[in-house]
Design a protein around this ligand. Structure first.
Ligand SMILES: NC(=O)c1ccc[n+]([C@@H]2O[C@H](COP(=O)([O-])OP(=O)(O)OC[C@H]3O[C@@H](n4cnc5c(N)ncnc54)[C@H](OP(=O)(O)O)[C@@H]3O)[C@@H](O)[C@H]2O)c1
Length: 288
């Protein structure tokens, strides 16, 4: 990558960002397409968010990604919102369109694309979605447009009920319930796919799992969007019982590709990006 006086800037803001793989994904994509941009990660807190967004406008960044804990707070500082991002109430991608900052959410599409690219059927399937936080909302709002059944289970059951009501006016059939063993037993017995969008299994909760192993079985696809650790306890136990597993890197890749498309109106070639992520995956399994 040759940086010169015309090099444009794309960024990630959030806290922490030091271990993010987004710079790897986007800089590989930019290099592949020979685009004169660089993608940098900046640690930004809620307190400094408004100053940072103003500065981004002044220097004319092409766009930026937003991660935890800023995905909701960023809404106040944008000029326009994509209708889905407004309903979800969270933004992970911002486009600078002629000096106006427009917010999008690509998290839900990242999950749907990851499933489809792994040949998991969505239409006609019964999908159990664990979690109704920011990412759970994005996933539910994307799945609602498909001909599938969704059961949303969350620790705070009121949130799963609210979300189910919000997404029930599309083609998907939507149910809701608590994230308890009894409820999991009922819904997982009918499920084709289960998606974990809770933070259970993420460090420092990496000894925990949202689903008892006894409820996992072969024939089920288990997608854990947590990627720290890459193989969560849920994925390890799913693999041990012969279930199909998909890890959080698949979502990370696909939400990034959707962001890239918003910025450059085209998907990048993915071979080199996939190779780079495979190196990360190999490194993880080699050093466990
Ligand atoms: N792979 C990717 O590209 C990607 C992208 C985005 C996020 N993620 C991961 O997705 C996870 C969720 O992120 P988020 O932004 O949606 O977070 P969030 O808005 O804070 O939501 C957290 C969710 O986890 C649930 N939860 C937390 N602790 C729990 C516990 N001890 N037992 C049961 N449920 C619990 C919460 O339930 P309550 O509502 O009851 O609190 C809520 O549903 C994180 O691990 C994040 O790293 C991955």
């Amino acid at each position: 990558m040759r940086i010169n006086g015309r090099t444009g800037l794309l960024c990630l803001i959030g806290d922490p960002v030091e271990h993010s793989l987004s710079p790897l994904i986007h800089n590989t994509a930019l290099k592949e397409l020979g685009l004169n941009y660089v993608y940098m990660a900046f640690r930004v807190s809620k307190d400094t968010l408004s100053q940072v967004v103003k500065a981004f406008k002044v220097i004319g960044v092409k766009g930026f990604n937003v991660t935890m804990p800023l995905k909701k707070d960023i809404l106040c500082f944008l000029d326009e919102l994509d209708p889905k991002a407004l309903k979800i109430g969270a933004v992970n991608t911002v486009l600078n369109r002629f000096g106006r900052f427009i917010g999008f959410n690509t998290d839900g599409m990242g999950v749907v694309k990851a499933l489809e690219k792994n040949n998991v059927k969505i239409d006609g399937s019964y999908i159990v979605l664990l979690g109704a936080g920011g990412t759970g909302r994005a996933i539910a709002y994307t799945l609602m447009d498909r001909e599938c059944s969704i059961a949303i289970l969350n620790r705070t059951v009121e949130k799963s009920k609210m979300l189910a009501l919000e997404v029930s006016d599309g083609p998907a059939m939507v149910e809701w319930g608590p994230l308890t063993e009894g409820s999991l037993k009922i819904h997982l017995s009918k499920a084709d796919v289960v998606i974990n969008s809770t933070s259970v299994g993420m460090k420092p909760m990496d000894g925990e799992t949202p689903i008892p192993k006894s409820l996992l079985r072969s024939g089920l696809t288990v997608f854990d969007i947590v990627y720290n650790p890459l193989e969560t306890r849920l994925l390890r136990e799913a693999r041990e019982v012969g279930a199909r597993t998909i890890d959080g890197l698949e979502m990370l890749l696909n939400q990034a590709l959707e962001s890239f498309k918003i910025w450059f109106e085209a998907y990048p070639p993915i071979e080199q990006i996939k190779n780079a992520l495979e190196d990360v995956r190999r490194g993880y399994f080699a050093h466990r």
